[in-house]
Design a protein around this ligand. Structure first.
Ligand SMILES: Nc1nc2c(ncn2[C@@H]2O[C@H](COP(=O)(O)OP(=O)(O)OP(=O)(O)O)[C@@H](O)[C@H]2O)c(=O)[nH]1
Ligand SMILES: [Mg+2]
Length: 248
């Protein structure tokens, strides 16, 4: 009798613990800054005094290998390497709030821009977009679209717009967060990041702002010289992204 009761509690506890998992689908063109943002977010969690960063080298071997590579490069002031094509890795980003036993888990794919843009229904290789990732998109708790502040060609902007239209027309009611990346490169020209995003990505931002559950954020790693990260000033940006992730 008691054993049965104990098992039930353990089972429920297991369920509660495993319910604290959120999936985020990341979309962005090649070189948009996706890996830089995600690697900074992981570092933000690692360094945050109120959080205990956790990682699972058994179930999440490939994710842990990616974290290690990012950390190595960061210690040499380097950006993450360009994500290899056709080699998407699932990242389990795990953490606990200090004093809590609950393990929070964020799931994301580290995927190359060249692959993720196949999600665009017009892309010539749309049918080769991995089914696993398509499923992940429809099951996700949040969608993060990253776009660089550096000017891109209209063909590239079309890809972003098509993806957004695809989500809206499929009535996917998933919160969407737009992140204007490399904000340091244009910051001086604007009074805030929403104004900058609206100026650089007019159609996309207007469409997004009409969509109920959306947010416009920005990101900058800090001071960059050549290809070297001279000073990391990403904490505030990461904190806003992290707050959005927790709120979703
Ligand atoms: N100035 C500045 N440059 C950045 C920043 N973030 C990224 N970059 C530059 O942009 C390049 C591409 O960034 P990634 O994070 O690799 O871009 P990605 O979207 O992951 O690219 P793919 O893996 O090809 O899809 C980096 O190598 C840096 O040179 C930033 O915050 N500021
Ligand atoms: Mg990348």
């Amino acid at each position: 009798m008691f054993e049965g009761f104990k098992n039930k509690i353990e089972k429920n506890l297991y369920k509660v613990i495993n319910n604290h998992e959120k999936k985020f689908f990341i979309f962005g063109l090649p070189k948009a800054g996706k890996s830089t943002v995600v690697s900074s977010l992981v570092r933000y969690i690692m360094n945050n005094k109120g959080l205990n960063f956790r990682r699972d080298p058994i179930k999440n071997k490939e994710g842990v290998a990616v974290f290690r590579e990012w950390n190595e490069r960061y210690s040499e002031k380097k950006f993450p390497l360009q994500t290899p094509k056709n080699e998407y890795a699932k990242l389990h980003i795990e953490y606990q709030h200090k004093g809590s036993e609950i393990l929070e888990r964020i799931l994301m794919y580290e995927i190359a821009g060249e692959d993720v843009i196949k999600m665009d229904p017009i892309h010539e290789n749309h049918t080769s977009f991995p089914i696993e990732l398509k499923k992940f998109l429809f099951q996700s708790d949040g969608i993060i679209i990253m776009a660089s502040s550096q000017s891109i060609q209209s063909k590239e902007e079309d890809i972003l717009q098509d993806f957004l239209e695809y989500l809206i027309r499929n009535k996917i009611n998933i919160p969407i967060c737009f992140i204007l990346t490399k904000y340091d490169l244009v910051k001086k020209n604007y009074s805030n990041h929403v104004e900058a995003s609206q100026d650089i990505y007019k159609n996309i931002i207007n469409l997004l702002l009409e969509y109920e559950e959306s947010e416009v954020l920005s990101f900058s790693i800090g001071i960059v010289e050549g290809n070297e990260i001279v000073k990391d000033e990403s904490e505030q940006y990461c904190s806003e992204i992290f707050n959005w992730i927790e709120k979703v």
